[in-house]
Ligand binder design. Structure first.
Ligand SMILES: Nc1nc2c(ncn2[C@@H]2O[C@H](COP(=O)(O)OP(=O)(O)OP(=O)(O)O)[C@@H](O)[C@H]2O)c(=O)[nH]1
Length: 893
């Protein structure tokens, strides 16, 4: 059974995770986020969706092609009777000419004409060439030979002549009623008149050519030769005919052509028709002109006077600009832009088009488009996807430790490290590289050294998944605390199994059963109570129960069947990186597949380089590092970011190219606004099919409010979208909330709580929507309205600034005066204000007075001190933050 994460699959398909998530959403396949695992069934569903899309596109193309063909036929049919009319109109005039060439008229034969027309339509080209041949010779057989000679001598002339004479036959037939049989074919080309007449009377050759040229709708169709109006076309037709047939004397036919052309306007009732005809001629001429221009430019480019065949197959790596794609197809960009317009896409020459659009255009031109994955995706995917199951061997689990503050994470990490690492690596000097390995019962476990969830969320936000198992540390004397819950939610969101380490059991007030009891509320039920979560009682301080804990970790690892191919292409994730003064950029990487060797060329994020040296956590220099081994590498040309994936490249040039490509892509992405869910555009995104499930993080001042909010939010019932609370908690909005929201594309709802300045900044950077409320009803109505597309907040709060309370003074009759320092923005006298204590809003009202020294002032800017009193509120404490804000009318987009 194939298991692939959404983002990996997206990469494989050269799409974004969001697109895959959207498709899965549309297919009603439940999926949490880009880290979710896709099974065979899901992949099958997505693939059949793609197949459907392709099928529909092909059907549409077929319909369009059919429509185009019908239109063309219709146009042709329209032109044909007119051609007949025009012939009839010019016949008297041409008769005058014909009088001078009696032979041609005398030989007129209706059946022959019909025959000629039919055959001519069947194969113009063949007839053109035959016509040329015959123009030189009396004898048909000999003509052909001569014609071939001509062909060989001058391909160009042949082509021009051929093109030119293209439509000649109809006039030829209609007007002169030329000789059947042989002329039936010859008459396809205006020049045939010349040849025919030449057969009878060499002196009339020129005139006849002129007729042929004139009679010519070919002039219209082949308007690129300057024709299109019959007359000049006739002239040129004669000339080209002369060339093609190897006969000079174009001048005369041109003159002869003028006469009939002049007669045209005099034909009764022909004026309007002439105009229509001209319009159509103009259009056809334009089309032909483009085609010729293209052919010519190709001939020029070719330099051999022969058009290089247009490509029938092209290969692309991904989206490219219209101009570049036109170059690839060897077509004019204007042609592509026109086709795009027909597809309903307005594009400029520099605009990028995706591979689907390219495929449609290519098929329009009869070109097969091959889309190959860009090198980097290919390289990264190859590691995940293409390892032969037989080559996979078990690998050590990678473990992260999480838990509430002071519950003993660091002590546990140190305890494991000291008891296991230094003991096994004789003489090794433990050094901090961000991760380490311990050995237990001849098996290895890799620990990520960063306690807490920072690394976890940063990596998840970057689409990297390094953790296989999480140890949740809960102090037995303290029980489940807010960060414990947060850790559970992080692990759950990333689908990482949890092993609970009930710590501090050495303490007299330790109550492990209470911890178990509390954790059941979060779905962590101990095995002895019928659940499937492993609980290990430990004392990190006293080094008790560590061995058992590690054995449990191995047990969970066994269930997970963690495997990798040590022979595969080395790839992995950057755990942390820094710039070392002496050694340059150093990065701790976790090898996740293959075996990394000294000398390998590595690409990590937007950096690359040859691995100069590798050191493990005990300070030992390594030559190779297999799966799940954390090593510090030197040799990169820059400092990559934690969470960047690395891959080994075969050659340096490829690595450099990839990095350059990534850098420019990164730049482009920075320029585009990252699309995140915000309440304001929620409805639009629902309509576009981007959101089927709205992830929400709920933070409130007290637990009671949290529960009340969550219950109400979960009850919101709007068809097409479901609200899912992925994390909730009492307390201020923290950076960790923002990180989780960013990784899970969630919005944060704050009730009587505020984010601190740093959190706010990060939220802005990450484009995480934080919504702050004071009334539960507002939360409900705004969420519901947003989901129904009716969100219309007319007023939006605009924060003016923050002031920190540094001193308080109690003044009788006035109350508590807060001696403040404006840390950012400004305080204004008429602003509304809220008092925030440890992230919780304790007061909301108005500023009562704002003073600088003893004077009332209208506003105080950043960096200045001031005295503030709040309306009807005196419980101000040092360390509180006063936030000044106003309500502004906001126009909704
Ligand atoms: N009695 C007892 N004390 C412990 C035990 N484990 C940790 N402690 C103590 O608990 C306190 C906090 O431990 P840390 O390891 O710093 O906790 P932490 O979770 O890493 O804390 P932060 O890094 O602040 O998140 C320290 O004083 C430890 O000595 C234990 O098993 N028994």
């Amino acid at each position: 059974m194939t298991k692939i994460r959404v983002y990996e699959y997206a990469k494989k398909m050269n799409m974004s995770s969001k697109e895959i998530l959207t498709i899965l959403g549309r297919l009603d396949v439940p999926v949490a986020n880009h880290m979710s695992v896709m099974d065979d069934d899901m992949i099958r569903k997505v693939e059949s969706f793609f197949a459907d899309v392709k099928k529909r596109a092909a059907e549409r193309r077929a319909q369009e092609a059919e429509k185009e063909m019908r239109e063309r036929q219709h146009k042709r049919r329209e032109e044909q009777p007119e051609a007949e009319v025009a012939k009839a109109e010019v016949r008297p005039e041409r008769t005058a000419d014909a009088n001078r060439t009696p032979g041609s008229r005398r030989d007129g034969d209706g059946a022959g004409r019909e025959d000629a027309r039919n055959r001519g339509r069947r194969d113009d080209r063949r007839e053109d060439s035959r016509a040329e041949q015959r123009s030189d010779n009396r004898n048909g057989q000999r003509d052909e030979r001569a014609g071939f000679r001509n062909d060989n001598r001058d391909n160009r002339n042949r082509q021009q002549g051929g093109n030119f004479g293209h439509r000649g036959p109809r006039q030829a037939d209609g007007t002169s009623g030329n000789r059947p049989g042989m002329n039936g074919q010859n008459s396809r080309d205006g020049r045939n008149y010349g040849s025919r007449d030449g057969n009878r009377d060499g002196g009339r050759f020129g005139q006849s050519q002129g007729q042929g040229g004139f009679g010519n709708r070919g002039g219209r169709d082949n308007g690129r030769f300057g024709g299109g109006q019959g007359r000049p076309a006739g002239g040129q037709g004669g000339r080209f005919g002369g060339q093609g047939g190897g006969r000079p004397g174009g001048g005369r036919p041109a003159a002869a052509a003028i006469a009939p052309a002049q007669t045209k306007p005099t034909a009764p009732g022909s004026l309007r028709k002439d105009k229509d005809k001209k319009d159509r001629q103009g259009f056809a001429r334009h089309e032909e002109f483009n085609e010729t221009k293209l052919q010519r430019s190709k001939r020029r480019a070719n330099g051999k006077g022969q058009a290089k065949p247009l490509p029938t197959e092209v290969t692309v790596e991904g989206a490219m600009s219209v101009g570049d794609f036109a170059k690839l197809l060897q077509r004019e960009p204007a042609e592509l832009i026109k086709r795009l317009l027909l597809l309903g896409v307005m594009a400029t020459i520099n605009q990028e088009i995706d591979t689907d659009t390219m495929e449609l255009i290519a098929s329009d031109f009869g070109v097969t488009l091959h889309v190959v994955e860009p090198v980097d995706e290919e390289a990264l995917d190859m590691l995940v996807e293409e390892d032969d199951p037989a080559s996979l061997v078990p690998r050590p689990p990678v473990v992260t430790i999480m838990g509430h503050v002071d519950h003993g994470k660091t002590t546990l990490l140190d305890a494991i490290r000291e008891s296991k690492v230094t003991a096994t690596e004789s003489g090794g000097i433990t050094q901090h590289i961000g991760a380490y390995q311990v050995e237990i019962a001849d098996r290895q476990i890799t620990f990520l050294d960063t306690p807490g969830h920072e690394a976890f969320t940063t990596m998840r936000a970057r689409g990297a998944q390094v953790t296989d198992i999480t140890i949740l540390v809960v102090a037995a004397d303290d029980g489940v605390m807010p960060q414990t819950v947060e850790a559970i939610n992080h692990a759950k969101a990333a689908n990482v199994p949890i092993v609970v380490a009930v710590n501090k059991i050495d303490k007299p007030d330790a109550n492990p059963d209470r911890v178990k009891q509390e954790l059941t509320q979060y779905g962590l039920v101990p095995e002895e109570w019928g659940g499937d979560t492993i609980f290990a009682p430990i004392s990190a301080l006293k080094r008790q129960g560590l061995e058992e804990l590690l054995e449990m970790v191995l047990l969970v690892a066994d269930v997970q069947e963690l495997k990798a191919n040590p022979e595969g292409r080395p790839r992995g994730t950057v755990i942390e990186a820094k710039l070392d003064r002496g050694r340059g950029p150093v990065a701790t990487v976790l090898v996740q597949n293959g075996t990394l060797k000294v000398g390998d060329i590595v690409v990590a994020g937007t950096t690359y380089g040859r691995v100069r040296a590798m050191v493990n956590d005990t300070g030992r220099r390594l030559k190779t590092a297999g799966p799940s081994t954390p090593v510090e590498i030197q040799g990169l040309n820059g400092v990559p970011s934690a969470g960047d994936q690395f891959v080994v490249y075969d050659d340096e040039r490829g690595a450099r190219n990839l990095v350059e490509k990534r850098m420019s892509r990164e730049k482009q992405e920075q320029m585009q606004n990252t699309a995140r869910v915000t309440l304001d555009d929620l409805y639009r995104q629902i309509q576009e099919g981007n959101v089927a499930e709205l992830n929400v993080i709920v933070k409130a001042d007290v637990q009671g409010s949290v529960e009340a909010l969550v219950q109400s939010i979960e009850k919101i019932d709007v068809s097409g979208v479901r609200v899912r609370v992925i994390h909730k908690g009492a307390g201020g909005i923290t950076e960790s909330d923002v990180a989780l929201a960013s990784a899970s594309n969630a919005i944060i709802i704050g009730f009587h709580v505020r984010p601190d300045a740093n959190t706010k900044r990060i939220a802005e950077q990450e484009k995480v929507d934080i919504r702050l409320y004071r009334v539960i009803y507002d939360v409900m109505s705004e969420l519901e309205s947003a989901m129904k597309g009716m969100l219309a907040p007319e007023y939006r709060e605009v924060v003016l600034g923050h002031a920190e309370v540094r001193e308080t003074f109690n003044i009788s009759k006035v109350g508590t005066v807060a001696g403040c320092y404006v840390t950012d923005g400004k305080m204004t006298r008429d602003a509304e204000a809220r008092l925030v204590r440890d992230g919780i809003v304790v007061y909301e009202g108005k500023l009562d007075s704002l003073k600088r020294f003893k004077d009332d002032v209208r506003e105080v800017a950043t960096g200045f001190e001031c005295g503030i009193t709040l309306e009807k509120f005196n419980d101000i404490k040092v360390g509180d933050v006063i936030e000044a804000f106003t309500m502004e009318a906001v126009k909704r987009a």
